[in-house]
Every structure is written in C-alpha cells, then in structure tokens.
Design a protein around this ligand. Structure first.
Ligand code: SAM
Length: 344
C-alpha cells in the first residue's frame, strides 16, 4: 500500500507543491493548539515543538521538508501555520499513520517513503523548488520504541529487528549473529560509547555458538551477564542504542542528508535539527560550525583565510533545550537539543 503511495507521490506534478491561494496571515501561535485534532499523542509526543515552529516560522506559500515525519507532530504544526510540507520517513507504518492524521491538509502535503539521505533525489523527482526550511527530528519515535515487534527496546521482548525501514535487508539479529567480535566491539564502542564493548562482544560470540540470538530479552540478558547491573541505567542501554545506529546507518544518513538539505535551502531558509545523543549532536554542531565560520585559521598559515564553505549564519549559538515543564511532562525531551542555521 505504501509503495503505491510512494509511486503516486513521485509521479505527482510539481505544481502541487507550489499551488498558491493561501491567505497571507499565519496563525499567531500554531503550537498552542494541538497540531491535529485529538489523536497522535500516544503515537509520539513531538519534542521542542513550540521552539522549532517559532524558529522555522511557517507561513502560507512557504515550502518545508520534514525529513523525519514520524507521527506528523511537527509537520502538523507547520501545516497549521499555512506552509506546504514534503514529509519523508523510512518507516512505512509512520507514513500510513501520518497520512491519516494529517489528511485535512492533504492539498499541501506530500508524503514519501524515503531515507532523508536521499532527499536531493526525492526533491528532484518531485520537481520541487528550493526550500524555506527543513527539519530533522532524529532517532526513533515512541511508537517504534514501544512496539515489541519492532525490536528496539530491551524493556519489551520481541524479535531482534531494529529496522526503521522494514524493507532494509539487515536486522539487529543479523549483526549480532554474524558480525565478528572486532566488528561488534567497534559498534558498541563507536555508536554506544560502551566502556565494556570488548567484554560484551566476547560474551555474545561465546553464547551465539550455543544458540543464535533471536529476541531482545536474550540479548539484554547476555549484556547483563557480561557487565552486571550498576546504577540506574539498564546495562543494555548503550548496546541497544549502538545496534540501532548500526542497523539503520544513522550517522552516515545524517552526514549525507545535512549537505543535501543545506544545498536545497533558499537564502533565508532555515535548517533545524533535533538530536538526542552526543554522537549525532557532534555531527550537526560541526557541520553548522564549519559552514558558518567567516574565516579559517591554521597554525601553518601566516594569516586567517576566508572560509570557502561559508553558507550559513547560526540562528542558535547554543542548542535550545526543552523547558523544565516539557522535561517533566515528556522524559524523552530531556536529552533533546535543537540547533538551527540560516542560509545566507
Ligand atoms: C523522532 S521521530 C520524529 C517524530 C516527529 N517529529 C513527530 O512529531 O511525530 C523520528 C522518525 O524519523 C524516521 N527516521 C529516522 N531516521 C530517518 C532517515 N534517515 N530517513 C527517513 N526517516 C528517518 C523514523 O522512522 C521516525 O519515524
């Protein structure tokens, strides 16, 4: 069904995106109201919604790409602000949910099953013009995390899957059962910053000879056997984060997507990125920094030189964090950081 939607979207005439006729006035504060009537909160509570929408400033005639549509919370607010939205998600289930939730704006909304690392390709095929803004709200949705059958959580038993895109061939079980000890160690260390990466990898290698790992609880129990339980953090937290990042190639997608979004923005257009851990935040911070510095200075140079990559000015010098109220209402928002840059 989603493939049909996808094909329909990609065959759609470009005019659909830019069709005018909306009034001039944007609503005062679109985030005060729920973005979409009733449903949706149980699927995923959007983080930093007010802050993000204020900084992106949706208005009639503006075109945005939401590269991580999820339950459509942020897209709904952009649409309510009068803008047109192209929403991408690699999860067909998220697209189906958001299509229903956002149907009242279907005239200004296009949904595409795609990885945002391919956004330039998608936009070219759609015939879309340059963008007034783009949003990436990274990671998994609450719905994905909470659904045992998706295998993202060590707190729910399910198949060791972790694919955001169900059409991708490699699952977490494939990695856990087939990667070498050195590869597993590198995954846990590089993507989970797990200090006991080697020990956990060794336990996995030993135990998978007896029986291959199939379920989340099996892996969580092995990690716990390897490192024990200390403090509040579940011992499998970092390992699950690392596997999820590896299965979905999240950091590669981010690095590739950022450049494409930046290239597609019109002058004055803004790129907003919400991250949830230091690995992805570092990539975003460095990307914005390297493209907003006026000059580059190297010790071996007699003087600083103009930055050839200068395309942005920073809108947020420091990342925007969730308010105390949001943090207590939605614990997921505690690690969220929003960074925004504007094309010059
Ligand atoms: C945190 S949720 C977004 C929630 C959304 N902002 C909302 O308000 O409901 C992240 C979503 O992005 C999707 N996603 C993550 N990485 C992606 C990528 N590289 N390409 C496309 N979709 C991605 C996930 O499948 C998930 O549905």
């Amino acid at each position: 069904m989603m493939e049909q939607t996808n094909a329909a979207v990609l065959d759609a005439p470009a005019a659909v995106f830019m069709a005018g006729g909306w009034g001039k006035d944007a609503p005062e504060d679109v985030t005060r109201r729920r973005p979409v009537s009733g449903e949706g909160g149980e699927y995923h509570e959007p983080v930093l919604l007010r802050e993000t929408v204020e900084l992106l400033a949706p208005a009639p005639g503006k075109l945005f790409v939401d590269g991580t549509l999820g339950g459509g919370g942020h897209s709904g607010a952009l649409l309510e602000g009068g803008a047109s939205v192209i929403g991408l998600d690699q999860d067909t289930e998220a697209l189906a949910f958001a299509a229903g939730r956002l149907k009242e704006w279907s005239g200004r909304l296009e949904l595409v099953h795609a990885n945002f690392r391919d956004v330039e390709d998608v936009l070219r095929r759609l015939g879309a013009g340059s963008l007034d803004g783009a949003l990436l709200d990274l990671g998994v949705s609450s719905r994905q995390l909470d659904a045992p059958e998706r295998g993202f959580s060590f707190q729910r038993n399910g198949p060791l899957d972790m694919r955001m895109d169900p059409l991708c061939p490699v699952t977490a079980a494939d990695l856990v059962n087939n990667a070498s000890g050195a590869q597993l160690e590198a995954i846990f260390r590089n993507f989970g910053e797990e200090p006991a990466a080697r020990r956990i990898a060794a336990y996995i290698i030993r135990e998978r000879c007896v029986h291959p790992f199939r379920e989340t609880f099996e892996l969580a129990a092995t990690v716990e056997r390897a490192v024990g339980r200390h403090g509040k953090l579940h011992p499998a937290t970092r390992v699950f984060q690392a596997l999820r990042i590896a299965v979905n190639r999240e950091l590669e997608a981010l690095a590739e997507g950022l450049g494409q979004f930046a290239a597609r923005l019109k002058p004055g257009g803004r790129l907003a990125v919400i991250t949830f851990h230091s690995l992805e935040d570092r990539i975003v911070k460095n990307f914005f920094k390297s493209r907003s510095a006026l000059v580059i200075d190297r010790p071996e140079w007699p003087e600083a030189r103009p930055n050839p990559d200068l395309i942005f000015k920073l809108v947020t010098r420091k990342p925007v964090l969730a308010s105390d109220g949001e943090q207590s209402r939605n614990p997921r928002s505690r690690s969220a950081k929003l960074r925004v840059a504007e094309k010059i």
